[in-house]
Ligand binder design. Structure first.
Ligand SMILES: *[C@@H]1O[C@H](CO)[C@@H](O)[C@H](O)[C@H]1NC(C)=O
Length: 411
């Protein structure tokens, strides 16, 4: 007998022995549905199914394996049978940054910081709804496995993943033709693949609402180098320029996109030329002093309206480094967390088709995880607005009783 065969034989014997000794009977005993239900009532609810109020099953915020807001986890890319209305999807990628790396740890940090969000106590008083116990099936779809060693491959992976998920049938087809993705970044470059997917899903360009200290419409030539390649054009400061070039962002005169919270240094005022050519309206961080959050909200809503599809991109560096130091390119003089949250609450009537929250680099945040907490709250506000908008669509499409039925059934 060859030595390989001997080893195999020995292992088989050993495994038979272990099975015999470890109470084979116990493993195969039949459990009644009642017993299983009892176990589930006592110990279940590691993850909660959104749109179901689980009154007797409270998961303590700090317990369990971290998914966003303790939502049900499915690796949606490999489980197409799990339909969703909104997917939380992580893109742990940060090799297109120009300063501090580390946003590849953003999705984990944001999930951890979302721990106190649960369907049990998820009612958002400002919106008047609980996004985790309403009509929408919201799943944590896990992370896209993105390579950190080849950006050309990484862009392909992200484009394919976002496109695949955006093309899925939604869980509530009466309310929308396509599910929505809310991406946890990752550096800001992921907005290019995300916009490609949004374009593909809708068959046309979208408008963008972009919260950031920086323009991110920089022409790749604004990062001058003797050493260039096709791939070096793709950075976390040029992705909106590239998206514009690809025709993914509506750029007609009547359909501008919006930057809000700007305060970056420029090469010179010429930097605004590309931004103007791509039809962006700029709201600066300082504007909040003259206009207040109310004025900022009005300015955004007047520009974008409530009908055109809008992709929302929130770079956490729109916040002042006092509130969000855990980010790749911090700029002093930004908004407070309260101001940003207030503004997000004020724009709930936008027709959001997708969103991202990017540039959370937890290695630079404080022990109190203030940056990731802010990002998790931003996601909560975005989900609240998306779900609330769906409710008003219900009114229009005549399936208004759906939400009531769900509540009656569950309570
Ligand atoms: C405007 O969009 C078109 C495609 O719709 C694109 O070809 C063009 O380059 C865009 N213009 C700018 C300045 O980005």
């Amino acid at each position: 007998m060859k030595s390989k065969e001997l080893i195999f034989l020995a292992l088989s014997c050993l495994s038979a022995l272990v099975q015999a000794c470890s109470g084979h009977d116990h493993q195969t005993r039949e459990w009644s549905q009642e017993e299983l239900d009892e176990l589930d009532k006592k110990w279940g609810a590691e993850f909660t199914e959104s749109y179901v109020l689980t009154a007797y099953r409270v998961q303590w915020g700090y317990a369990g394996i971290s998914t966003f807001a303790h939502l049900q986890y499915h690796k949606c890319l490999t489980t197409p049978s799990e339909l969703f209305d909104i997917a939380i999807i992580g893109a742990p990628f940060d090799t297109a940054v120009s300063y501090r790396p580390g946003a590849r740890f953003g999705p984990r940090a944001i999930r951890a910081a979302s721990a106190r969000q649960t369907s049990f106590r998820g009612f958002n008083p400002r919106a008047g709804i609980n996004p985790y116990a309403s009509w929408a099936r919201i799943l944590d779809c896990g992370d896209i496995p993105v390579t950190p060693v080849d950006n050309a491959v990484a862009v392909k992976q992200m484009t394919a993943a976002f496109t695949e998920l955006s093309a899925r049938a939604p869980s509530s087809p009466a309310l929308h033709a396509r599910p929505k993705l809310v991406t946890l970044g990752g550096d800001h470059s992921l907005s290019l693949p995300a916009l490609r997917a949004a374009y593909a899903a809708r068959g046309g360009p979208v408008r963008v609402l972009h919260f950031d200290a920086h323009l991110d419409t920089w022409h790749p030539a604004k990062y001058p180098s003797y050493w260039t390649s096709a791939q070096s054009r793709f950075t976390h400061g040029s992705m909106f320029f590239l998206a514009g070039e690809e025709g993914l962002i509506a750029n007609g005169t009547g359909t501008p996109s919006v930057h809000a919270g700007l305060r970056t240094r420029l090469s010179d005022l010429g930097d605004y030329e590309d931004d103007d050519a791509q039809n962006w309206v700029r709201i600066s961080a300082d504007d909040v002093d003259e206009l207040g959050t109310k004025g900022i909200i009005e300015s955004i809503m007047e520009t974008l309206g409530t009908e055109d599809p809008v992709y929302l991109s929130v770079d956490i560096d729109v916040l002042d480094p006092a509130f969000a130091p855990g980010t790749g390119t911090p700029e002093p003089g930004g908004w407070t967390t309260r101001e940003l949250i207030r503004i997000l609450r004020g724009i709930e009537d936008l027709n959001l088709v997708g969103a991202d929250v990017v540039e959370v680099a937890p290695a630079y945040q404080g022990a109190g995880e203030e940056t990731a907490l802010a990002a998790a709250q931003v996601v909560f506000e975005i989900l609240s607005s998306m779900v609330k908008r769906g409710l008003s669509e219900m009114g229009k499409t005549g399936v208004a009783s759906m939400e009531e039925e769900i509540f009656i059934e569950e309570l």
